[in-house]
Design a protein around this ligand. Structure first.
Ligand code: TIU
Length: 235
């Protein structure tokens, strides 16, 4: 690569080493920041989880989202959920565990993980703007059963900055899917959350171990400081 092209590359300090991306070839992916996972009484809580563990993700993710908008990144919001007739819900997923309410049952925020319901939608703090992709996915990974691959190809995206919940479930699955498809993914440690502190820690360690076996890890401050217009990004 020539010096002039090198100058356009953004370098973010990360584990296991610097993460480099070309502006215009990067997407911010925000995984499943839905009321059903974040609010008391949603799907996450019906699975027996402490949703308070996820609340800390929201403020840094708001800052990253604002910076991504400011720097014209492709922005992709995902939502896990199913058609109202549940025709895309595998029986094995419906049966899993012993939740107090199952997918499709009516909970505090409407039918759990059903598209079009209040609980299925993204929290107000991170509401998508017109022009941003909102990708409905039936599984844990954002590539499975969606056209994410085509969207990234059309937008000429090569690198992903991945955020959202939960770290060891939908974030991990998506980053592993992305890695197998040839994308380089940077996960922001304070912008991903788990119901389980030990899974948060080890989930992040697993990504960057073995020389970055399926991605890179940094935090939101390191990304914001490295962005082309940090003053605007931090405003
Ligand atoms: N339960 C849990 O940790 N996660 C999910 O069910 N979905 C996502 O991670 N989005």
């Amino acid at each position: 690569m020539s010096d002039s092209l090198d100058a356009t590359v953004v370098t973010v300090p990360a584990e296991p080493g610097p993460f480099r991306y070309t502006p215009g070839r990067v997407a911010l992916v925000i995984i499943d920041m839905q009321r059903d996972f974040l609010l008391p009484g949603g799907f996450g809580e019906t699975l027996g989880n402490d949703v308070g563990q996820l609340a800390g993700v929201v403020p840094p993710l708001q800052r990253v989202l604002a910076a991504a908008r400011d720097t014209q990144m492709t922005i992709i919001h995902t939502r896990e959920g199913h058609r109202p007739d549940l025709s895309d819900l595998p029986a094995a997923k419906l049966r899993r565990g012993e939740p107090s309410l199952r997918i499709g049952d009516t909970g505090r925020y409407g039918r759990i993980l059903v598209r079009g319901e209040y609980g299925h939608d993204i929290i107000d703090e991170l509401a998508p703007l017109p022009g941003e992709v909102v990708l409905d996915k039936p599984g844990k990974g954002a590539f499975y059963g969606t056209d994410l691959g085509d969207i990234l190809l059309d937008a000429e995206v090569e690198s992903l900055i991945v955020t959202g919940v939960t770290t060891e479930v939908c974030v991990h699955t998506t980053v592993r899917e992305a890695n197998d498809r040839g994308y380089e993914a940077l996960v922001l440690s304070d912008c991903v959350g788990s119901y389980f502190p030990e899974f948060q820690r080890v989930g992040l360690d697993m990504i960057a171990a073995q020389g970055g076996i399926f991605g890179w890890v940094t935090d939101s401050s390191s990304l914001l400081a490295a962005l082309p217009h940090p003053a605007a990004a931090l405003a």
